[in-house]
Write a protein that binds this ligand. Structure first.
Ligand SMILES: [Fe+2]
Ligand SMILES: [Fe+2]
Length: 199
């Protein structure tokens, strides 16, 4: 097999220079700037989620799932307030930025609901969409906690850690609901057959 990196004469081809991203004029200059930017992003994300969760609740049919999502909506509302405390603890005014990732995750949740009939299969889809959101939040809060600790912002770090624990709990609850009944029930729904409303 001929190697693509060498020309027929054995000369190494010049690789095109990889393009790097040009920084915006207001780009973060240090870890503190980056920390504050990401705080604004997750603040926007949590706010967006308080608007998206009610639709997921309305579309769910399993009582366990409805309870879990309703509970997490309350938790999310408190997380918004907790983020305001985080901003305060670092001497900043709370400011929200549109979170592109959350907006994509919410859009995907809507899509997957459109692609499933209301019932256990849609419930399984809602759990999947919900867990994608939780994993995004876990990654974000984990990083923010580490940034806060490095920056010596202990109050912010412990507030963020509280939220991180809540997100992990929500993720575990969704896993349990999926594994205890919904996935199995969804697997028994025959394609092309109307779902029975009562057991
Ligand atoms: Fe959250
Ligand atoms: Fe969450």
């Amino acid at each position: 097999m001929a190697t693509k990196s060498k020309s027929p004469k054995g000369k190494t081809k010049k690789k095109p220079a990889a393009k790097t991203v040009k920084a915006k004029p207001d780009a973060a200059e240090g870890l503190r700037d980056l920390f504050e930017d990401e705080l604004k992003d997750i603040y926007g994300a949590e706010k967006a989620l308080t608007k998206a969760l009610p639709k997921m609740i309305r579309n769910a049919t399993s009582e366990d799932l409805i309870d879990a999502l309703t509970d997490h909506l309350d938790v999310t509302t408190r997380q918004v307030t907790r983020l305001e405390e985080v901003f305060e603890s670092i001497g900043q005014k709370p400011q929200a930025k549109k979170c592109e990732a959350m907006s994509g995750l919410v859009k995907e949740a809507e899509e997957i609901m459109q692609e499933t009939e209301k019932g256990v299969v849609r419930d399984a889809a809602i759990i999947m969409a919900g867990q994608k959101v939780e994993h995004y939040e876990i990654a974000t809060y984990g990083t923010l906690c580490a940034f806060a600790r490095t920056l010596g912002e202990e109050t912010a770090a412990s507030l963020l850690e509280e939220t991180l624990t809540e997100e992990k709990d929500a993720d575990n609850t969704l896993t349990q609901i999926a594994l205890s009944s919904i996935n199995l029930e969804a697997s028994q729904v025959e394609e092309g057959v109307e779902e029975e409303s009562a057991e």
